[in-house]
Design a protein around this ligand. Structure first.
Ligand code: SAH
Length: 265
């Protein structure tokens, strides 16, 4: 149980939860996350995430913050958590390119006595994978193509290393208004190592009710969909062992775990 407003005020004992709210709809929120959000004194988040959780927000105080104001938002959350139950909400999982890192860094530097608990959520890669069938099921790595906080040379090095080891690769943050060419540059690097026949899935707004859309293609053809890719898209580039099952209910990408080496089926 998390404390109610009256409890937290009388005991002046706060707590900060950093909550991964999943890919979008409340249906994919964990039961624990839902319980904590509903019983918090304050909910801190950007407008998009607060809107996604609107159904659960009736009595909590809302601290709405803009994109790009993450440091201010984190400071505010840490300060409020001295005496209140505060939930900082973060899309997908709070660890995967999420708010957990920054909030903990800010809490460490603020040198305040604040108890922090991170609650996990469904991240974009697993949300996207579920839409495509079974494209992961083996060793994988994620790379963010955003060079706002990571130098592009580092991103290129990681793309090259992951592709050369034939990991399943998921690309987060493939595009923004300022960074239109990062996706095509990433594909060029990956094609140095992986075969052109490798199945690729592109998923937009995974598990966000009516906004979800996806494409199944190959590494050799993926640039045909360059214009379709936007900042709400995750791209899964599978392995030289993966294939597409043309099922009666649509295409499913399958990356084998290796059972076929041991069993007949
Ligand atoms: N913490 C988030 C990721 C934040 S980075 C998580 O765990 O999912 C933002 C990027 O995540 C987006 O640019 C996009 O690549 C991806 N993303 C987030 N939600 C998504 C969704 N519902 N469908 C597809 N991609 C998504």
């Amino acid at each position: 149980m998390v404390g109610s407003q009256s409890q937290s005020q009388s005991e002046a004992k706060g707590k900060l939860y950093i909550i991964g709210i999943g890919p979008g709809s409340v249906d994919h929120l964990t039961v624990k996350a839902r319980d904590v959000i509903m019983n918090s004194d304050y909910i801190v988040g950007n407008g998009t995430y607060l809107d996604q959780m609107a159904r659960l927000l009736d009595k909590q105080e809302i601290v709405r913050s803009a994109m790009g104001k993450e440091v201010d938002r984190s400071r505010r959350a840490v300060e409020l958590a001295q005496n209140n139950i505060v939930s900082m909400i973060s899309g997908g999982d709070a660890n995967v390119y999420g708010m957990a890192g920054l909030v903990l860094e800010v809490a460490e530097h603020a040198d305040l006595d604040v108890e922090v608990e991170v609650l996990p959520g469904v991240t974009a890669i697993t949300a996207a994978a579920s839409v495509l069938g079974a494209p992961i099921v083996n060793d994988l790595c994620t790379v963010s193509l955003s060079d706002l906080l990571t130098p592009w040379e580092v991103i290129e090095k990681r793309l090259d290393a992951a592709a050369s080891a034939d990991f399943v690769m998921s690309l987060y943050n493939p595009k923004s208004r300022q960074r239109k060419s990062n996706f095509s540059r990433a594909v060029q690097i990956i094609r140095r190592h992986k075969e052109d026949t490798v199945p690729v899935g592109l998923v937009k707004n995974a598990l966000r009710d009516e906004d979800q859309d996806f494409i199944v293609t190959t590494l050799g053809n993926v640039m045909e969909y360059n214009e379709w890719v936007d900042m709400s898209t995750t791209i899964l580039i599978t392995t030289n062992d993966s294939h597409v099952w043309e099922s009666p209910h649509g295409k499913k990408i399958i990356t084998p775990r290796g059972y076929h080496r041991k069993y007949d089926y």
